[in-house]
Design a protein around this ligand. Sequence first.
Ligand code: SDX
Length: 422
Amino acid sequence: MSTVTLTINDTNEKFEFEVLEPTLGPKVIDIRKLYTQTKMFTYDPGFTSTASCSSNITFIDGEKGELRYRGYKIEDLAQKKSYLDTCYLLLNGSLPSEDELKSFDKEIRKRSFVHEGLKDMFKTFPDKAHPMAMMSSAVSALSTFYFEHLDVYDEAEYQVLARRIVAKVPTLAAFTYRRSLGIPFIYPDVNRSYTENFLYMMRAYPNENLKISPIEIKALDTIFTLHADHEQNASTTTVRAVASTGAHPYAAVSAGINALWGRAHGGANESVIAQLEMIGSVENVDKFIKKAKDPDDDFRLMGFGHRVYKNFDPRAKILGKLLEELKHDLGIDLELLKIAQKIEEVALSDEYFIKRKLYPNIDFYSGLILTALKIPRKMFTIIFVIGRTVGWITQWIELRNDKELKIARPRQKYTGPKDNKI
Ligand code: SDX
């Protein structure tokens, strides 16, 4: 057993802690007994050096810019497999055979319908409601229709509740879009694949047998795959914290949706396009790079930087390639693409970004493809929700099976008043 020793210099006391071995990535120091032994806490706002759990779902090598789901490289899954393959892989730990995929696909199609009462709930939202607010409310409301999921403790039940929400989220997402326009909702079409169905429910007129191009379906399917899971990011950490109290799984996912909404996290994709439009031309890029570097200016380059990646986000690389491949077929806004590529070129040769290892992340390019798919900007983070729901519910299941499960309850460094008298 390898250990580390902590010496308290004032008293020369020594405390030993075990070093735990991962299968990939940094070793971890087991400090679970730190407080009882030393009467001291660690201090780590934002958990920059803290492993909150053991997990065998996703692994990121931030230095190399590598991402793996259940050991498979994201590049291989994005190019050779469908998003539904990836959902099956995350939920079951192995890629599906042809027959397994067929029955999984059939089940997801059947479960894509939502209760009429849940559909009617959308009428109560005001016209200008943000899709993310509607989405987190709708997913939370899903728990009222499946309250029995509060008392599930076996794998078969976990798989049912997981397939249910993976299947219904695109339908609810399309409903948020249709509600924002005040137009009739389109029900899922069980004869269409997962990703095609979402575009159909977004775009079709009632009773229209809408044709959707395979190129658009493949582009969006790849985007879903790239967003499926990402270790213990802020929204997944939120899902786990809610799950650790024993709350309803769909309440935990709804909390994850709310965490994802912030522009430092999933909301960044919406801000990237707004930023590219604000920059307006390649000639203005230098001016905005200067603003991003100015410590007195809170302007940040949206879609740049990452807590874990200190190299290229592999997902951004895949999206950058996809953009180049499809820029004509998809009708990508070439002006905005040129500005994005200029930002990447200038930033990556600038000392400020190099020193801080700031590279484009997944949000930097995704918005350009979503715009070309005629998905409105307010729906960009909803697309992230569709992709990430399978990751959140997979992490929920893993936490429920975790023998080391404890309620999430960190401590603090107290800096308040010592003893006030009334
Ligand atoms: C996602 O965690 C995940 O895995 C998330 C995600 C997932 O799949 O779940 O990958 C999805 O959320 C991607 C990130 C999307 N957010 C953005 O693109 C927003 C812009 N990026 C930043 O706000 C920032 O980079 C974060 C929030 C992503 C990461 O912040 P950190 O790790 O807390 O880093 P930091 O804020 O401490 O920054 C370190 C330094 C600082 O400068 P100094 O104080 O050292 O001088 O880098 C600077 C920051 O000012 N910096 C930036 C910058 N990001 C960091 N400067 C300019 N532009 C930026 N974008």
